[in-house]
Design a protein around this ligand. Sequence first.
Ligand code: SF4
Ligand code: SF4
Length: 505
Amino acid sequence: MEIDLKKCNSCGICVQDCPLGSIRFRDKRPFVEDSCTRCGACVRICPEGAMALEVVPPYKGIQCDACPIVCLIRDGFPGACHRYRNEGGELVRITPLHPFDQVEEIVGPEPAGAIRRPLITGIGAGTTYPDCKPAPFIVKGRQRDVDVVTVVTEAPLSYSSIMVKIDTDLPVGDEGAPVMKGKRKVGLVTTEQYGSKMLSIGGVNLLTGKDGLLVAKTITDIANRKPVKLRIEGGSKLEFQIGEAPVINGRKPDNMRVGCGSATLGLFAPLLKESADEVIVLDSHITGLMSEHAAGRFAGTHPSGVRLKYRMSTPGRYFGDHGDGWGGTSITDPGEIIAGIDPKVARPGMRILITETTGQKAILFELGKDGRLREIPATANVERALKAISSSCEPSMVSALYVGGAGGSARAGVSLYPVKLTRAVHAGRANLTVGGAPVYLLPGGGINFMVDVGRVKRGSFYWSPTPATICPIEYTMELIDYEEMGGHMQAMKPFSSQEPVSPVD
Ligand code: SF4
Ligand code: SF4
């Protein structure tokens, strides 16, 4: 690499984005180490145009042609995608090809059927590049007395993103708010789901934008279940790892909610009725007021005269707000939710329980003769109702769906007629899996899919500086269907779990 130190402003972006960590600062100036493969990422991202590739590289190496980056890899070093290494002048795959039985336990139970279980996975397979070649491994075997074929590749997908689901009541930020990694945008907050906050990281437009390398790395880190730190613009700081509880602004929530405030009343009305004369369940979506709510009336609750400060949706159901308070609302002092109590309806000694949808925080008030509320200790019935709510909540956890669109190499490597593959996948005659895990296929045209990364072996996703994320893909189908779709029959090899599989010649 040639670095024009007059142009360099020491911003450090090249250090952050070099896929190999080959750039370091010495005396506040960047210098490039021997692990550099001339991937060119730094040349493209340097905002000052200070980086350039030498016309004649000052070293020898092996040129990898498995993707358009064409890394020049020195002996003992890996390529920019971390999949290939130069070992003594030979380019070798770092991760070996994984037959399905090596990932079976991680994938979990597979649906029944001869083509539901791939013979081998795309993990460690390598890529078909350029798109006119057969996939790196096309194997034939027998399952449930049926001749089946599995075709695998590691597909570099520019159309890729990851949808992160954070099971918590704690607010993360407004829908549509940018998700930042440091000072750079990598995604956005998307629509909230029942008990969960959702982020979308990546997508083709962010991947092809100025921070595409960071976006690709972030998607890959999340998919590989590494710890990640993100920040929502105008919202929270997030630290998370797939399969673990999140940390949101330094707080680690124990549980996700059992339902909204209205549903909580509906689910536990008989127990709640025994615990107090009136029950308020605080929730950012719908805060419930039992005496007005249909569930309360069903359980035999009497009017209490309590009015809430939130806007009513339907009787007993009030639209909440977002904040760091109880039930993900802005209410930090629970008594604040009560806008007033009608003395003509309320009676002295009446008890009001205020809790939240996880049942974790609660306070019991008694109405005095002077019309004021005073806190009293929780009764056994209150404890019983809260335990019923909290024990019905699931633990707060982060999960993610990798979302991809299979384009050129991920289809051409399978068949001479890509549209026949697309149709076969939609018709269920060819089964698409990712690292052996079942996918959800999006309806309509194309092969767009989602996969639970928790069912894919950790470390199976990569990224390259094109930039794209790299996803292991398998298509499994009956042999007759493979032939009919114009499969690369000449490249097919027999598969036996006892012997190593050799790649397509
Ligand atoms: S060319 Fe690629 S590997 Fe080399 S220093 Fe630049 S970003 Fe790093
Ligand atoms: S990024 Fe990976 S596949 Fe692409 S040329 Fe470099 S080593 Fe080869």
